[in-house]
Design a protein around this ligand. Structure first.
Ligand code: AMP
Length: 281
């Protein structure tokens, strides 16, 4: 496995792999890698001959009061995980390599970005779509792997790829959880042991929601209420949003009669965590 820091080095390697006829996968990440990321890399390495992992804490997807400066970074540790999981190349550029200081171009997706995390994190998805477009232009992969953990991001990227005719297939991969049900996240590292325990309420509330849906309930209002009740019972939890939307369009739904995305964002102390599940009606 090799690590490159410049676009030129990455492009040269891609040209040589393309010449050899290798199929190429891209797994975009912000580093601080865990088993969730490893599952994407693993799958990518089973389905492709060469796997590129990008590691870049993308400044333009962070809001002014978010955790850009404290976001955990550890390239040496990440390299070990990438190699074990089957990656062939890490692309780890500096911000100055990715962005011209006088850059005036970006990619924005309408509609799908207005609700859920988009409503709470203005500009976030413009930052995501711009960096992902740049990565697709730098790494001409056949397939790119994204986690269902960031369900809105996955839906937006799929739509962007369709709308802008990127020649790449987007593969969604299931959420990887800790044994106790907490969705793995680089941000879990911020949690104190008390908060770590409190964070279990996210998955617990979604499990309650699933039980309600299994019983045949069709009202999304009731579904949100049940989830809210569970979350409100945890004193360290502050609800950012609870949304039930069409899994494809991300529009609000009142009755469960098509695949829906049940998504929550919750502050545990200062740490904002997200979780979700898709219910195939
Ligand atoms: P991040 O480094 O947080 O930007 O995440 C990089 C990719 O890994 C995104 O496509 C995420 O959805 C995915 N990912 C993060 N956590 C998980 C998880 N627990 N299970 C599956 N995929 C994940």
């Amino acid at each position: 496995m090799i690590t490159v820091k410049t676009i030129e080095e990455a492009r040269n390697q891609m040209k040589s792999w393309k010449k050899e006829g290798y199929s190429i996968a891209l797994v975009p990440t912000m580093g601080s890698l865990h088993e969730g990321h490893a599952s994407l890399i693993n799958r990518a390495s089973k389905e492709n001959e060469k796997v590129v992992v990008s590691i870049f804490v993308n400044p333009i997807q962070f809001g002014p009061n978010e955790d850009l400066s404290s976001y955990p970074r550890d390239l040496d540790k990440d390299s070990i995980l990438c190699e074990k999981a089957g990656a062939h190349l890490i692309f780890a550029p500096e911000t100055s390599e990715m962005y011209y200081t006088d850059m005036v171009t970006g990619v924005s997706v309408q509609g799908l970005t207005t609700g859920l995390c988009g409503a709470k994190r203005p500009g976030h998805f413009n930052g995501v779509c711009t960096v992902v477009s740049k990565l697709f232009n730098i790494i001409p992969a056949d397939k790119a792997y994204f986690g269902e953990k960031d369900a809105q991001q996955l839906a937006i990227i799929k739509r962007m790829v369709r709308d802008l005719n990127f020649d790449i297939e987007i593969i969604g991969c299931p959420i990887v959880r800790e044994d106790d049900g907490l969705a793995k996240s680089s941000r879990n590292a911020y949690l104190s042991s008390k908060e770590r325990q409190a964070a279990l309420v996210l998955n617990r509330s979604l499990t309650k929601g699933k039980e309600l849906l299994s019983s045949g309930e069709k009202s999304t209002e009731l579904l949100k209420k049940i989830i809210r009740n569970v979350l409100q019972n945890e004193v360290l939890a502050k609800i950012d949003y609870i949304e039930v939307v069409d899994a494809m369009s991300l529009n609000d739904v009142e009755l469960v009669n098509k695949p829906i995305l049940i998504a929550i964002a919750v502050f545990i102390g200062k740490t904002r965590l997200i979780d979700n599940f898709i219910w195939e009606a």
